[in-house]
Design a protein around this ligand. Structure first.
Ligand code: NAD
Length: 504
């Protein structure tokens, strides 16, 4: 453990603010691992005065950074990617230690960071605008994309480093500077990543305040980000109530926001689908990261003709789930992030019972050290009960049956969230219906693969209460830039649009 902390430059006590130099004289916070309840290190939060200095420096750094040619900015991102390659194992282990996901998933998370850096490097030569034909003779219409400003990146605990990288790699090549407020449940990984970015920026002679950091409570540091007009874009990842609050504050000052909020993701298992594919995808989707992914599978809708057989096989898999220290390869499920998360899960199970659901397995707290381990739970429910419509951020899976594909799609869409969805079927008509305008209403709709484990090449995000934001690949970069449309007249005379004449 100490080796990992040393490799990433984590001291016993670490200041939680960075903007070219480190600061943090606020509250001292001990960071405790959910794996065994031991203290890993401590962090000092930034005070509001220190935050002001951090934001001022990050905002100041934008003036020079926006003028650096995008492919040169890409070189810095390439270096960040290479540093991540060099530190992949150590950073993955720190993710595991700090928030409890299995090491294999921690390694996957860091790989995702490397992948987004590669994507962003290519993008740095592809920030293309369009040219359009003008309705006026000897005129040209074009659009360009310019850097936007400071991007405030507020992240959740469950992907403590990947979400920062999705935003930062893209924002940097777009010419923006980044001010990161991580979850207070995962501050050490944030310090480690900021040091990696600092090293890369310094290597190329750029101001390290381009990648700034401010660790502190959401209700104070978060709100300072939400309300400050110097933060051009707030990219917020977290719960629906949090996003509602952030969205309101940022909108009030006409700032921009990307909201990446909670999901309530379902898999439809058709009688025309492959049962093995269904079982493997759903099992990983439901227990991966101990059910603490925004894309975790929360609901399974099974055709009535195979409901019994499917249920029996899923229960068999659940009974064998290896639960324990997530650093050990033999375990597929580690702890929840902290003891309150366990309480939330147990309370939700009581509510399921009270609302008419039947617990088929799991949902017990295990006597492991640290107090954060549970057995994954399956509940059979008659439909989208009120508790089923909520996102319980834990390994609690709802099982229900359907008669027709139309009924399954209505059930899948019948929740307030709209992040990820999937259908397991070999019937082309069913899968096309699922992907059509009459099908899934989610930002992600998969066929013959589960709801969790998105690739960075596509735009990531969801609809309805998931917030509507998009990050990562495709053309998600456009949210990080300012669009400018220009009409260029080379006719030597004035001609007005829409045929308007000017008789003077
Ligand atoms: P959370 O809402 O408790 O916290 C998220 C972040 O918001 C933290 O950094 C927190 O400090 C900050 N915050 C709190 N109050 C704030 C305020 N007033 N202003 C600004 N920021 C504030 O979420 P969590 O428990 O860390 O993460 C779990 C949630 O995140 C789940 O709902 C999950 O679905 C969601 N999530 C969504 C995505 C996605 O891409 N859609 C990805 C990961 C997690």
């Amino acid at each position: 453990m100490q080796q990992v902390l040393n490799a990433l430059g984590i001291s016993d006590v670490n200041p939680g603010g960075f903007s070219g130099s480190w600061s943090g004289s606020g509250k001292l916070q001990a960071v405790v691992s959910p794996i065994h309840g031991e203290r890993l290190a401590s962090v000092t939060n930034v005070t509001p005065q220190e935050f002001e200095a951090i934001l001022a420096r990050c905002h100041g750094a934008f003036a020079a950074w926006k003028l650096v040619p995008a492919p040169k900015r890409g070189e810095v991102v390439k270096e960040i990617g290479d540093e991540l390659r060099r530190n992949k194992e150590a950073l993955a282990e720190l993710v595991t230690l700090e928030m409890g996901k299995t090491l294999r998933e921690g390694l996957g998370e860091v790989q995702e960071m490397i992948d987004i850096c590669d994507l962003a490097v290519g993008l740095s030569r592809q920030l293309c605008g369009l040219t359009m034909p003008s309705e006026r003779r000897m005129h040209r219409l074009q659009e360009q994309w310019h850097p936007l400003g400071v991007v405030g990146v507020i992240t959740a605990f469950n992907f403590p480093v990947a979400v920062w990288s999705w935003n930062t790699a893209i924002a940097l090549v777009c010419g923006d500077t980044v001010l990161w407020k991580p979850s207070s449940k995962a501050p050490l990984t944030a310090i480690a990543c900021t040091k990696i970015a600092e090293k890369a920026l310094r290597k190329f002679g750029f101001d390290p305040a381009i990648c700034s950091l401010a660790i502190g409570k959401g209700s104070d540091i978060g709100d300072l980000i939400n309300t400050d007009p110097r933060v051009a874009l707030v990219s917020y990842t977290g719960s629906v109530p949090g996003g509602r609050h952030v969205g309101r504050l940022v909108q009030e000052r006409f700032g921009r926001h990307i909201l990446e909020l909670g999901g309530n993701n379902a898999v439809i298992v058709s009688e025309k689908g492959d049962l093995d594919i269904a079982l493997r995808s759903i099992y990983f989707g439901a227990i991966g990261t101990s059910g603490q992914r925004c894309t975790s599978t929360r609901r399974v809708l099974v055709h009535e003709s195979i409901f019994g057989a499917f249920k029996a096989r899923l229960l068999e898999l659940y009974a064998k789930t290896p639960i324990g220290d997530p650093r050990e390869h033999k375990y597929l499920m580690g702890p929840l992030v902290d003891a309150p998360a366990v309480d939330t899960m147990l309370a939700a199970i009581e509510t399921v019972k009270a609302q008419g659901g039947k617990i088929l397995c799991g949902g017990e707290k295990l006597p492991h050290p640290g107090g954060c381990y549970v057995t994954p739970c399956i509940a059979e429910v008659p439909g989208n009960l009120p508790i089923v419509r909520e996102e319980t951020f834990a390994p609690l899976l709802y099982l229900m049956s359907y008669k027709t594909i139309e009924e399954a799609i209505a059930l899948q869409n019948g929740v307030p969230q709209g992040l990820s969805s999937a259908i397991i079927t070999n019937d082309q008509g069913e899968s096309e219906l699922f992907l059509s305008a009459a099908g899934s209403d989610c930002g992600i709709a998969n066929v013959n693969t589960g709801t969790s484990g998105a690739e960075i090449g596509g735009a990531f995000g969801g609809e309805k209460e998931t917030g509507g934001g998009r990050e990562s690949g495709s053309d998600a970069w456009k949210a990080y830039m300012r669009r400018q449309t220009s009409a260029i007249n080379f006719s030597g005379k004035v001609e007005l649009a829409q045929g308007i004449t000017l008789d003077i």
